[in-house]
Design a protein around this ligand. Structure first.
Ligand code: ZN
Ligand code: ZN
Length: 368
């Protein structure tokens, strides 16, 4: 897909995503892979097959780059570290919420934060992955670990609100939580943690695949998102930061008071990189025109901010939940839509285009 770089597409069972692009490149030491798919044996077998098709072996992998702390990107990293002694390369501030080797139930609380979704750029094709599913192998082993999380927004829930707006935190699907709960004894084998051995500071360089890569920190989609830039061959490994047809989820819960502002600043940062001819995203096909794509994502967020502002004008006031249901199609409704709506509302508020008032365990937004 670019000089000296192969794409190993790995299936992922997420609605609206379907695959993650693992990239591979060779040098005198062996192979580097980037974003080696979901945790678990099914995904690892696909990776294994792709690696063989590409003509190398798992034990030839000397480095694994993980662009950010979402499971479809870091999943295979721990396994490769154990199987091949590979370095795990991340941004300096890389952090997984759920450390699978913790071995206690705090891991489950952390798992609630692993949720991940992405939204189609054009509003009528909003695809929402509700979270990350385990490999069927793992999930099937524990199909009876059900629990009821279908309670509505009653007063008791508001009293112990999980989010600043009184809603629920985005969580992975019930099946994943159930599987985690009962898989603890063998979790270590199934999900070795993606512990980084090389944490790259901003602008630090690393030699992989016969070239120098420059670390470009791009907080926004997650606070620890890393792009790698190869100025000589004009390549950008863009992870989930810049995708060709969908925009990454911006969570209102991570990354400080204005995560959308962080994301937009990180967009402008990569758009300003000189001479990027090959943008290699983690989902979708590689593409060429980075500034054009960045401009389209800018427009997407500007349009959504304007729509929110208009809804506030029409409604007089609204909660995050109400406004998220105006902004998103019904199939996308839920904690993740709310979390992104919250990020947009806070962005409007910090730009003095909206105000916020507490009310009975939640917050309502209105025009100033
Ligand atoms: Zn992601
Ligand atoms: Zn992703």
């Amino acid at each position: 897909v670019a000089p000296g770089i192969l794409r190993l597409q790995l299936p992922i069972p997420l609605p609206g995503l379907k695959h993650v692009n693992c990239y591979a490149m060779e040098d005198e030491r062996g192979w580097t892979v980037v974003d080696p798919g979901l945790p678990g044996p099914v995904s690892f077998r696909s990776l294994h097959r792709r690696i063989h098709q590409a003509g190398f072996r798992v034990r030839d992998v000397h480095s694994v780059v993980v662009t950010h702390s979402h499971p479809d990107h870091f999943g295979g990293a721990g396994r490769l570290r154990e199987a091949a002694g590979a370095d795990v390369v991340t941004a300096a501030n890389f952090r997984v919420w759920w450390d699978p080797e913790d071995g206690d139930d705090t891991a489950l609380e952390g798992a609630d934060r692993v949720a991940h979704h992405e939204i189609d750029l054009d509003g009528d094709r909003e695809a929402l992955a509700e979270g990350v599913r385990l490999d069927p192998d793992v999930a099937h082993a524990h199909a009876h670990g059900d629990e009821d999380d279908s309670a509505g927004d009653d007063d008791a829930e508001l009293a112990e609100a999980e989010t600043p707006w009184g809603g629920k935190r985005p969580r992975p699907p019930r099946m994943m939580r159930a599987a985690l709960a009962v898989s603890r004894p063998f979790r270590r084998k199934l999900f070795p943690a993606p512990r980084p051995s090389i944490r790259l500071e901003e602008a630090q360089t690393i030699r992989l695949g016969r070239r120098e890569w420059v670390a470009v920190h791009t907080p926004g989609h997650t606070p620890d998102h890393l792009c790698l830039y190869d100025p000589e061959h004009e390549v950008l490994l863009s992870g989930d930061h810049v995708l060709p047809t969908i925009t990454p989820h911006i969570s209102g819960l991570d990354g400080g008071p204005d995560p959308l502002a962080n994301y937009v600043a990180s967009l402008d940062k990569v758009a300003g990189l000189p001479g990027v001819r090959y943008v290699l995203p983690a989902h979708g096909h590689p593409f060429g025109d980075l500034p054009d794509r960045v401009a389209a994502i800018h427009r997407h967020h500007d349009e959504r901010l304007d729509r929110l502002h208009q809804h506030l004008a029409d409604l007089g006031e609204g909660t995050v939940g109400e406004l998220s249901r105006r902004l998103f199609r019904p199939k996308a409704w839920g904690p993740m839509a709310e979390s992104e709506t919250y990020a947009h509302l806070e962005h409007l508020r910090l730009a003095c285009r909206a105000t916020r008032h507490p009310r009975r365990g939640t917050v309502v937004y209105s025009l100033p």
